[in-house]
Design a protein around this ligand. Structure first.
Ligand code: 0WD
Ligand code: CA
Length: 455
C-alpha cells in the first residue's frame, strides 16, 4: 500500500477565491498523513442536500456534585423565566468550578454499553445495534466538525479510534492546552460564569415554579457547581452514517416526557447595540444552531446582558427557524454546506481508517491491530482543511496518560468489545463491570423509523 490514492471524488466544488490556499487532496499511506481540503462556502452545493435524521432520545443521565455518573434525572432542571434585570454576577465567589479535563468519552460509553446490554435480553440485538452505529461522539465534537467550513479562527484536534466498525471520537487536549484553558484571564472567567449563572436563574427543581431559597434572592436556582450536568444521548443519522451523540441539556419545559421536544438550551450574549454586534451575533447563531440541532433541542433561550452582567432581555429562538433568519445576511451561513462537509469528512475518515474499522471478528489474522489499537489524530486548520495521521507509540502513551486505557478508550469498554466481537450471539450481560440492570433505558423507539430532518 504505497501508492497514492486519488480522493478527488471527495473533493468539494472548486472555489476560485480560495483555490490558492487549497492543498492537493491525497491519501498517502506511506507517510500516514492524509489531507482533506476545506470545503467551499461561497457557493451552495447544487447536489441533493445530505439528509440528517431527527435525533431520538435513547437515555439520559446525571453527574452528581462529586462527578459520579448516575442513570437518573437528578441533575434535570425545569425552565422558569428569570427575574427582570437579574444579576448574572450573583454567587460568583461561590462557584464550584469543575477543573478542565481531557475530553474523555467515558460517560457516553457507559451509556452506550448500558443501552446495548439492556437491549440484549439474551440475544445479539444489542451487539447488532452498536455495530450499526458508525460514529460515537460528544455533541461538542460534532458541532466542531460540522461548523468547520465557517470557522476562521480556532483550530482543533481530535483523536479517533475505530473498533468493530464504529468510530469513536474525543477532543484532543494536550497537557499544555489544559493548563492554558484552566489559566483563564479573570474577565474571561467572569464572562463564562455569566452563562452558568443565567442557567441558575432559569432553572428550578419544579416545573413552572421559580426557587425561593433561604438567604438568596427570589428566583436564584442555587449556587453554580459545574460538576453537575444532565446529559442526553440520542441516535441520529447523517447521510448513511448512524450516530450516537451525547451532550449536556440545560433544562426542560414542563414535565419531562423523555422526548427531545422538551429540551431547552440556554445562552447568554452581550446586548446588540449596532450592526457590528448584530453581525457577530448572527455568526454565533451558527454554533447555537448546530449545538442544539444535533441533540434535537427545539428551543434556545438567549439572555442578552450588559457588559457588566446585568440581564436585559430574553429572546426565544426556535432552532429549526434559525437558518432562515440568517439567510441573505452579510454573515450568512448555510447548514446544507455543513452537512455536505460532514458527510464528506466521515467518508474520508472511514476510507483512511479502514480496515481497522472492520469488525474485529473479521480480522482474526491481524493480531497486532487487535492488541495494539490504532489511534488517529485529526487536525483542523481554519480555511485549509483537515489532516489525519496515525499516532505512534509516544502519541498513544500521551493519550493514555498513565490511565487504564487502550488508546483513549477505558479498558473495560475495550474488553467488552473484544468479547462480544468474537461471540456474536451470546449475551454480554456478564461483561458489564460498571453497572447492572436497572431503570428502563428508554429505547422503545430505538428501532423505530425516524423522520429525516432536512434543511
Ligand atoms: O472538559 C472539557 N474539556 C470538556 C468537557 C469540553 C467539552 C465537553 N465536556 C464534557 C461536558 O462536560 C459533558 O460532560 O463533555 C460532555 C458533553 O458535553 P457537550 O454537550 O458535548 O459539550 P458542549 O456542546 O461543548 O458544551 C455544552 C455545555 C456548555 O454550554 P454552552 O452553553 O456554554 O455551550 O457544556 C458545558 C457548558 O455549559 N461545558 C463545560 N462545562 C465545564 N467545563 C465545559 C468545560 N470545559 N465545556 C462545556
Ligand atoms: Ca448552555
Amino acid at each position: 500500500m504505497t501508492n497514492k490514492r486519488d480522493l478527488s471524488a471527495l473533493d468539494p466544488p472548486v472555489d476560485t477565491e480560495r483555490q490558492g490556499k487549497r492543498r492537493h487532496v491525497t491519501a498517502d499511506s506511506s507517510d500516514r498523513k492524509l489531507e482533506l481540503a476545506f470545503p467551499s462556502t461561497s457557493q451552495t452545493s447544487q447536489s441533493k442536500p445530505v439528509p440528517f435524521q431527527q435525533p431520538v432520545s435513547l437515555i439520559t443521565f446525571s453527574y452528581t456534585p462529586s462527578r459520579k455518573l448516575e442513570f437518573n434525572n437528578s441533575a434535570l432542571r425545569y425552565y422558569v423565566n428569570p427575574p427582570r434585570n437579574a444579576n448574572l454576577r450573583h454567587g460568583y465567589e461561590r462557584w464550584i468550578k469543575r477543573p478542565e479535563e481531557k475530553g474523555r468519552i467515558d460517560g457516553l460509553l457507559r451509556a452506550t454499553s448500558k443501552l446495548r446490554n439492556d437491549m440484549n435480553a439474551g440475544a445479539s440485538k444489542g451487539v447488532d445495534w452498536i455495530r450499526s452505529i458508525g460514529v460515537v461522539s460528544w455533541r461538542g465534537v460534532m458541532t466542531k466538525i460540522l461548523t468547520a467550513p465557517y470557522e476562521d479562527r480556532d483550530s482543533w484536534e481530535m483523536n479517533v479510534m475505530a473498533i468493530d466498525g464504529t468510530m469513536y471520537f474525543e477532543e484532543h487536549l494536550s497537557d499544555a492546552k489544559l493548563v492554558e484553558k484552566e489559566d483563564m484571564a479573570p474577565h474571561h472567567r467572569l464572562q463564562s460564569y455569566y452563562g452558568y449563572s443565567f442557567e441558575s436563574w432559569c432553572g428550578s427543581s419544579k416545573p413552572e415554579m421559580p426557587e425561593n431559597l433561604e438567604g438568596q434572592p427570589p428566583g436564584w436556582g442555587g449556587d453554580v457547581d459545574t460538576n453537575v450536568q444532565w446529559c442526553s444521548v440520542v441516535k441520529t443519522k447523517l447521510g448513511d452514517t448512524r450516530m450516537v451523540i451525547g451532550g449536556e441539556v440545560d433544562c426542560v419545559r414542563n414535565a419531562f416526557t423523555g422526548q427531545t421536544s422538551d429540551f431547552v438550551e440556554l445562552k447568554t450574549s452581550i446586548a446588540i447595540r449596532g450592526p457590528q454586534d448584530e453581525a457577530r451575533f448572527e455568526k454565533k447563531l451558527l454554533k447555537f444552531y448546530f449545538q442544539s440541532f444535533l441533540l434535537g433541542v427545539p428551543e434556545i433561550i438567549v439572555g442578552f446582558r450588559t457588559p457588566s452582567g446585568q440581564l436585559n432581555t430574553i429572546q426565544l429562538f426556535k432552532t429549526a427557524q434559525i437558518p432562515r433568519m440568517v439567510r441573505g445576511k452579510p454573515n450568512a451561513w448555510d447548514p446544507t454546506t455543513c452537512f455536505a462537509w460532514g458527510q464528506q469528512f466521515f467518508a474520508f475518515l472511514k476510507s483512511v481508517i479502514h480496515p481497522s474499522a472492520e469488525p474485529i471478528a473479521e480480522q482474526q489474522g491481524n493480531v497486532t491491530s487487535a492488541l495494539r489499537p490504532q489511534v488517529w489524530r485529526v487536525k483542523f486548520e481554519p480555511r485549509v482543511g483537515v489532516s489525519v495521521s496515525l499516532l505512534g507509540d509516544a502519541g498513544v502513551s500521551e493519550i493514555q496518560a498513565g490511565e487504564d486505557r487502550v488508546g483513549f478508550l477505558p479498558r473495560w469498554y475495550w474488553d467488552e468489545v473484544q468479547t462480544y466481537s468474537g461471540q456474536i450471539s451470546v449475551t454480554t450481560q456478564a461483561f458489564d463491570p460498571t453497572h447492572g440492570k436497572g431503570e428502563a433505558p428508554g429505547t422503545s423507539s430505538a428501532q423505530g423509523m425516524s423522520r429525516e430532518w432536512q434543511i
